[in-house]
Design a protein around this ligand. Structure first.
Ligand code: HEC
Length: 484
């Protein structure tokens, strides 16, 4: 019981207790757990079975309650109001809104996992052809023996490919062969937790005379064992990193000892550079415009700050911010054919437990974290009762359970005509690549094209029109090639 019970009951506390039971959701019911699974056991297992397999109430693993579009309104209504005709009691008096929300996420996780247990996923290999919905393919290994590759880049106008490993090594693959020595003199990175060398990416005009710029994003060491996302650019000459310029570095007071949620991935458009920084584990700071974490940023590609950014001139706001309320941006890509005013940046970001999101970034917009979310804490306790709020942008789609979204790429090549303009979403924990078909700005359909051959960190279309995938376990780069 809560501290209240140890004090003698005064008229005042009795009144509060009476109110709490009389008014649905007026106050959290202290004797109930905040952990979703424990709540389920406390309140639901007696009728629906400890494993949701059913009892006097039906199984919740096959129920009509599941809404594939992700709308939990009906489910939350069943939990609060019950189904009196069918003998299901309502729990609106006992449960506050965050707990109802946590139960909904828990049921959704269990339901999807149960559905998937009966499903087999494709596992492509050199000699295993996958016949997916819109193309047949197999995989080829391009480079193996890598130590956690986090990013790869094709250098325009050459056959060279660069691979960034988490521990900070920048590797060159020339004519299909991994060169034994890493590029010398790259910045020191803090390879700890989710930090390391996160991005290598060429400037879009890399091949133009005098350009040759390569951008690196990484966890930068700060004072007293702290780190923060930073971006530099430089050139490679004779196997060495040279001409380094600082492009983005946060103020020292924004460095933290947290080892997670660095965000990053870069989009270039018309001389601008967009990138994301995760909340660095400080959820509420994603709503604080005075802090760089939990934001998408826009700067010039040489690091200058544009004077037409949405929060320029607002007291206390950082002028680099483009949008906010992000938890941990991971995949960031421009939609092919959009630029300038029409530019569409698509963004995948990690939710907490459940609630991974695909977002369409909008200038100055608030994406809601942690005020609204479709997920719960890893411990099973609620983050928020709300999944949506006026003035905050909803995700285009969300995933519960989380797939741990990571790499993201639009396919525009000719080798897989059936995949043209589809979005490919990688998953770390689910070890999957998902093909997302868009219709306008909405998701029309999704297909998991394979699962279970390694944590998918990064996905890129190569100059040959094939899709290259960086896998962490074991560290390698594969490509998908058309098969008969
Ligand atoms: C006293 C028994 C009882 C308890 C306790 C109970 N339920 Fe139910 N529940 C039922 C019955 C009976 C039905 C209607 C028949 C069916 O679908 O099983 C039902 C239906 C449902 C449905 C709709 C199923 C569908 O397929 O449409 C959901 C969702 C649900 N319950 C969730 C819960 C949750 C969550 C809890 C715990 C907070 C809970 N129930 C607690 C008896 C119970």
């Amino acid at each position: 019981m809560f501290a209240l019970s140890r004090r003698p009951r005064t008229a005042h506390t009795t009144l509060i207790l009476a109110l709490a039971t009389a008014l649905p959701s007026a106050a959290p019911a202290q004797e109930l757990s905040r952990n979703a699974q424990e709540l389920y056991v406390q309140l639901c297992a007696a009728c629906h079975g400890r494993n949701l397999e059913g009892g006097s109430g039906g199984s919740l693993l096959e129920g009509g309650w599941f809404n594939a579009a992700g709308d939990d309104t009906q489910l939350e209504k069943i939990i609060t109001q019950g189904l009196p005709e069918a003998g299901m009691p309502g729990f609106g008096d006992a449960l506050d809104a965050p707990r109802v929300r946590a139960l909904a996420v828990y049921l959704r996780e269990r339901f999807v996992r149960a559905q998937e247990r009966g499903t087999t996923f494709h596992r492509p290999a050199e000699n295993v052809t996958v016949r997916s919905e819109a193309a047949a393919f197999r995989t080829e290994t391009v480079v193996e023996g890598l130590n956690i590759p986090w990013s790869l880049a094709f250098l325009p106008g050459t056959s060279d490919m660069l691979i960034a490993e988490r521990d900070g090594r920048l590797l060159l693959v020339r004519d299909g062969k991994l060169q034994p020595e890493p590029i010398a003199g790259t910045p020191r990175v803090v390879a700890r937790g989710q930090g390391g060398l996160m991005v290598v990416q060429p400037h879009p005009d890399y091949a133009a005379p005098g350009n040759g710029w390569l951008y690196l994003a990484f966890s930068d060491p700060g004072p007293g064992d702290t780190t923060m996302t930073a971006i530099v650019r430089g050139r490679i000459r004779d196997g060495r990193w040279t001409d380094e310029q600082q492009i983005y570095r946060a103020a020292p007071e924004h460095y933290t000892r947290a080892g997670h949620h660095f965000g990053v991935r870069l989009v270039f458009d018309q001389g601008y550079l967009f990138f994301g920084i995760g909340d660095r584990g400080q959820q509420h700071e994603a709503q604080d415009l005075g802090r760089p974490n939990g934001k998408m940023h826009r700067i010039h590609d040489d690091g200058r700050i544009p004077d037409d950014n949405p929060f320029v001139g607002r007291p206390g706001a950082l002028p680099t911010i483009w949008s906010y309320g992000h938890r941990n941006p991971q995949g960031i890509v421009a939609r092919p054919g959009t630029t300038g005013e029409s530019l569409q940046i698509w963004l995948t970001e990690h939710g907490p437990r459940g609630g991974d999101e695909l977002n369409l970034v909008q200038r100055g917009a608030n994406f809601g974290w942690p005020v609204v979310t479709h997920g719960i804490n890893y411990s099973g306790t609620p983050v928020s009762a709300e999944t949506s709020r006026p003035g905050m942008v909803d995700p285009v789609v969300f995933w519960t359970p989380s797939i741990a979204v990571c790499g993201l790429e639009f396919y525009t090549g000719d080798r897989f005509p059936g995949w043209k303009n589809n979005l490919f979403v990688g998953g770390l924990r689910q070890e999957e690549v998902r093909r997302v078909v868009l219709e306008g700005d909405r998701v029309k359909s999704q297909e998991v094209i394979f699962r279970g051959i390694g944590r998918v960190r990064t996905i890129h279309q190569g100059p040959d029109g094939l899709l290259y995938v960086g896998l962490e376990t074991p560290g390698r780069v594969i490509r998908l090639v058309p098969a008969e």
